[in-house]
Design a protein around this ligand. Sequence first.
Ligand code: AMP
Length: 284
Amino acid sequence: MDLIVAADRAGLVKARDALGPGRIALVPTMGALHEGHRSLIRLAREHADHVVVSVFVNPLQFGPGEDFSRYPRTFDADLRTCEEEGVGVVFAPSADDMYLPDRQVEVSAGGMGGVVEGAFRPGHFDGVLTVVLKLFNLVRPDLAVFGQKDAQQLALIRRMVADLDVPVSVVGAPTVREPDGLALSSRNRYLSEADRRTALALSRALRAGAARAGTAGPAGILDAARAVLEEAARFDPPLLLDYLILADPATFGPVGDDHRGEAILAVAAKVGTTRLIDNMVLTL
Ligand code: AMP
């Protein structure tokens, strides 16, 4: 079946109803699609008969001074990617169509929305959850696929679905990386060659921490990761660390010394003008 492009909410509702019977999977994105997005779409196709991909750079989740206006927009290439991957509907609304001029109500991400990544990006997760809930209500999917690359986002979406009884199954997808370890991100296209060399320290630090998970406790894991990041702080350009945390996957608070089971080693840093995040799930 041919790919249907819906440019507004009314068009989406029509396109959704034209899909016919079967399970529907939603893959929300901000476009500038890469292999990570493709892997989400493939996972969605394994779980469903029809895949809807949204391409929407959501102004609500960008703070003042963040990269909303320069965020990469590659819509024609995104459409080709979706066609190649067998997507049924691409939903690409304008911000004016998505948000009513007199809108008032937003989803609050609660305490977990204000820590770690949320402490550096106030309001970010409220904006994410608000757009995701709107997308759920518009598409009415059976399931939705999100990347582990944005671990706190994935955890908060699971929280929203549980706390607000949202009838959508949430499927998490593993992080796709370049052969040298760099996690794929739409923002990687901002990186110069020198930036990219520095940026490799993020995944290197996570691997150094992960290598100690079998033998060391949280402090030892963090020390190993921090050593790599401190070295990269002396590179040109330098890595400027926002945070390194070993977080409880349920709360995103720091894990205690007695923590057992999964923990998320998460890092965020600026390299040049680009802010990057990455994480790995460890078992303690
Ligand atoms: P974005 O377009 O960056 O908002 O991301 C859309 C979805 O793709 C989110 O669920 C992300 O977690 C996911 N994603 C982004 N980068 C990757 C990656 N390298 N591997 C897997 N999923 C990713």
